[in-house]
Design a protein around this ligand. Structure first.
Ligand SMILES: [Zn+2]
Length: 410
């Protein structure tokens, strides 16, 4: 025990608008460089869309209230200011989700550092190709940075026909055969058909003279730096771990040369300066942000009129709506059998467990407290299109089976 060492673990993150890929890895030092072995892969699914919808709903209620009841009140001064670093609530929830999970991981395992994909492409590398090191000499990393940059610059569309969702090619404004360079100012994004049709012509000869100016436009910082990712890195600094920030071009390059499939968690695994990856057992956990209930206590019908009121207190007989419970109901009752799922509580003590209504609190046993997240285990790399399980809905099919203790997975 005296000589035992704690295995250092690195948390790697690939932040996305709907899903953030997370990977916990063990780092092995080899002659070629560090090789990352996945210990845990996870998809953290955000609820930005739900937050946005809920805030919009609240704004509409308030607007109606002000126009209906307060028509004669004088307008307020425009003295409301947003604090520095303010983010819209939907984006703040994303940052909060990731920081929350980084804190949980830090509590459970010996995290030594965090590596995160902060920018889409490395602007410094693109602007100063001559100062970049060995990797650029080989050309590969630079090529992937250029591709990432062009994808952002041209909005993932062919510049000639405007088609999206195609495999793109790099096309030269001034063809190479006629003295055109490989610099980014001479490159555009094109689909295969347009590229072969254009052949040896310049963009002007091909009938798109306007593209020349677009391609020459200088690199912009704004396209690379995303406000949410920036805020996320700042928020993660509060954990006191060292943070490595990397570009999306490097992630793509790693994914390509290691032959790793496209997946949020595997992307997270490929973030950073590494010589190899090992994706592990292929098991992954979906962590789905569910929220923690609502602040408003009035339920309304489709026209916005009150339909009923929620309880003031959250707990009833030790249970709160959203807790995962197992109910064993004796045979002489109508709801007989064993039921497992999220509970919806009522003041009377007669609960709904999953879809089964009218189960008394005394038959319920707590499996997991609602902590704002639900969990689903899936195979890595499989396309998972299963709908988000709603809080309070049953968990019946094996695919949506939830582990009784999420900690056991980590
Ligand atoms: Zn095209």
């Amino acid at each position: 025990m005296q000589e035992s060492q704690v295995q250092p673990v690195v948390l790697k993150l690939d932040p996305g608008s709907k899903v953030t890929g997370m990977a916990l890895v063990r780092e092995e030092q080899t002659e070629a460089g560090p090789v990352h072995h996945a210990l845990h892969l996870a998809h953290l699914e955000h609820r930005g869309v739900q937050v946005h919808a809920a805030m919009g709903q609240r704004a509409r209620y308030r607007r109606r209230r002000r126009s209906a009841n307060l028509r004669y009140r004088s307008p307020r001064f425009l003295n409301r200011r947003r604090s520095k670093g303010w983010l819209p609530p939907s984006l703040r929830s994303r940052v909060g989700n990731v920081v929350n999970w980084a804190k949980r991981y830090q509590k459970w395992i010996p995290l030594t550092r965090i590596e995160i994909e902060q920018v889409k492409f490395d602007l410094h590398l693109l602007q100063n190709p001559e100062v970049s090191g060995v990797e650029y000499q080989r050309g590969d990393l630079f090529g992937w940075e250029v591709r990432s940059y062009l994808l952002e610059k041209f909005g993932r569309r062919c510049v000639y026909c405007g088609e999206a969702n195609l495999p793109f090619e790099l096309d030269h404004v001034q063809p190479r055969s006629r003295g055109g360079s490989d610099r980014v100012a001479n490159l555009v994004l094109s689909c295969h058909d347009c590229n072969s049709k254009k052949g040896n012509q310049t963009v002007a000869e091909f009938g798109h003279p306007e593209i020349e100016a677009v391609a020459k436009a200088p690199l912009r910082d704004a396209a690379a730096v995303n406000a949410t990712r920036f805020a996320l890195v700042e928020a993660l600094r509060s954990l006191g771990l060292s943070i490595g920030t990397w570009s999306g071009g490097r992630t793509r390059w790693n994914r390509d040369r290691f032959g790793i499939g496209k997946d949020h968690a595997l992307d997270a695994l490929c973030v950073g300066q590494i010589a190899g990856v090992d994706a592990g057992y292929g098991c992954m956990i979906r962590i789905i942000a569910q929220g923690r209930g609502r602040y408003g206590r009035t339920l309304v019908n489709a026209s916005g009129f009150p339909r009923g009121y929620l309880l003031r207190q959250k707990r009833v007989k030790g249970f709160a709506t959203g807790d995962l419970v197992r109910a064993e109901v004796p045979d002489h009752l109508k709801t007989r059998g064993i039921h497992r799922g999220r509970v919806a509580v009522r003041a009377t003590g007669s609960f709904r467990v999953g879809t089964v209504d009218g189960i008394n609190a005394k038959y319920c046993h707590l499996l997991q407290r609602a902590d704002g997240y639900s969990f689903v285990v899936v195979e890595a790399g499989t396309q998972n299109t299963a709908p988000r399980p709603r809080a309070g809905t049953p968990v019946s099919s094996p695919r949506r089976e939830e582990p009784e203790s999420p900690q056991a997975e980590i």
